[in-house]
Design a protein around this ligand. Sequence first.
Ligand SMILES: Cc1cc2nc3c(=O)[nH]c(=O)nc-3n(C[C@H](O)[C@H](O)[C@H](O)COP(=O)(O)OP(=O)(O)OC[C@H]3O[C@@H](n4cnc5c(N)ncnc54)[C@H](O)[C@@H]3O)c2cc1C
Length: 493
Amino acid sequence: MSAQHDTDVLIAGAGPTGLVLACELARRGIAFRLVDKATEHFGGSRGDGIHPRTQEVFADLGVLDDLHAAGAGGIPMRKYEAGRLVWEGHPGEPVPATPGVPHPNAWFVPQFRTEEVLRKALAGYGGQVELGVELRALRQDDRQVTARLADGTEIRARYLVGADGGRSTVRRALGIEFRGETDETTKALIADVRLSGLGRDRALAWSRDGELASVQPLAGTDLFTVTASRDDVEPTPDGLREWLNRMSGLDLRVHEVHWNSVWRANARLAERYRDGRVLLAGDAAHVCPPTGGQGMNTGVQDAHNLGWKLAAVLRGADEALLDSYEAERYPVAEGVLRLSGRLLDLLREDDPEAHVRGPELNQLGLHYRGGPLAEERRAEPAAVRAGDRAPDAPVLLDGAEVRLFELFAGPHWTLLDFGGTSAGLALPGLDAHAVLREPRPGAVHDVHGHAHDGYGVDRPALLLVRPDGYLGWAGAPGDLADLRAYLLPKLGS
Ligand SMILES: Cc1cc2nc3c(=O)[nH]c(=O)nc-3n(C[C@H](O)[C@H](O)[C@H](O)COP(=O)(O)OP(=O)(O)OC[C@H]3O[C@@H](n4cnc5c(N)ncnc54)[C@H](O)[C@@H]3O)c2cc1C
């Protein structure tokens, strides 16, 4: 950090996106400030579905065990129409783990808990959230960004990240258009309540006279999340009891409303993610309907993509690395908007398929093939190629069981040297591992062949895994000079 700046990175907004970004910077020793205009931490369920790819991100950050302890897996659901059972099933039928996918099912944790866990991790890295600090305006030049706060003081930073949600002040201050639509005719009340009269082993939904109500146990708590397809239901115990009993025909009692909010069918995408030294991430860059539960997951992965790049650029890496953030993440957000919009249409049509969380929601198939950082040098690329998610595999290292994901976890790049032919590539910020079918001291022993199978490798190959777990570069053993030329500008000091 230079003396003329107050900090290297100012992050506006300490929701899941801002918190993950702060963890990413903190564990790389980058100076930052994470400010939030709220005077107390968010207390609602909102994004409770953590999809498989996001669990992998959380494992990389070292918080997945805490999140698993704080939540639960998916539960079955019953749907009634005018009192008649019309659908019963599992919105996301659990599937077994495989060597390449250790967390194949969505995991449910209320968003306020996820944020608590992230704040604890951040504290472990020496960081914290500054509450009651609102960014009001900003200006920038080619050296720094100056943010003006609500109390009139200023913070000068080398970069600013707007992780300040759908109504982003940062996005508006930059004049970046938020393209899309808000459908004011589709609104719903959502409330976390304490109620009695229902078990916690399934979710229930009732439609009647063109209206929809649902109740879902909120994992890891004694609360239930109630939704009402109209926003004029009183969010009080009496108002919600009256609504639920009318829709369900049951005799439920609502004792306490813990949190409530009205959501609108919003589908918008910022026209760009970067303006000079300012970047947008999470809901500030894209908002989608909650159908499919993609919003928080996408924001967390934005931050995971941006964090290592920002840290590297601050350490002297090529600035162009920052442009790859929008190039990679914008198409992902476009896909998420399409998907959640399609599910919202199904919900409007009262089609039970709207509740089904199929594999297209798990975000494991997202990739950056063809993007600015994906360089595939092999004449005959394997099934997993540059730009793809690098799969996991159980292997042995000096006789001890270890997973490739454990080797990837942390702020470094990882070279998987299938065949062990490139000994001697040593660069700071790079962990290189020979991956062999036979045991050799210091090498990864692919004892079951899962690494070779998972990556589709049947001949010597070098695969370079980025800090965020995607394959950046893939080549043959003779391509070492090319690998260095790829990696060096991205490392920083
Ligand atoms: C009903 C509902 C259900 C949902 N279900 C899911 C789901 O199952 N799965 C999923 O992935 N997503 C879901 N989402 C979406 C998810 O909640 C959001 O995508 C997620 O909260 C976005 O995180 P974020 O950190 O980008 O923004 P936010 O969580 O909105 O955080 C932004 C933060 O910025 C702060 N802020 C705002 N302006 C300023 C300023 N000027 N200065 C400083 N701080 C500021 C705010 O106080 C806030 O803390 C759901 C949303 C809703 C409404």
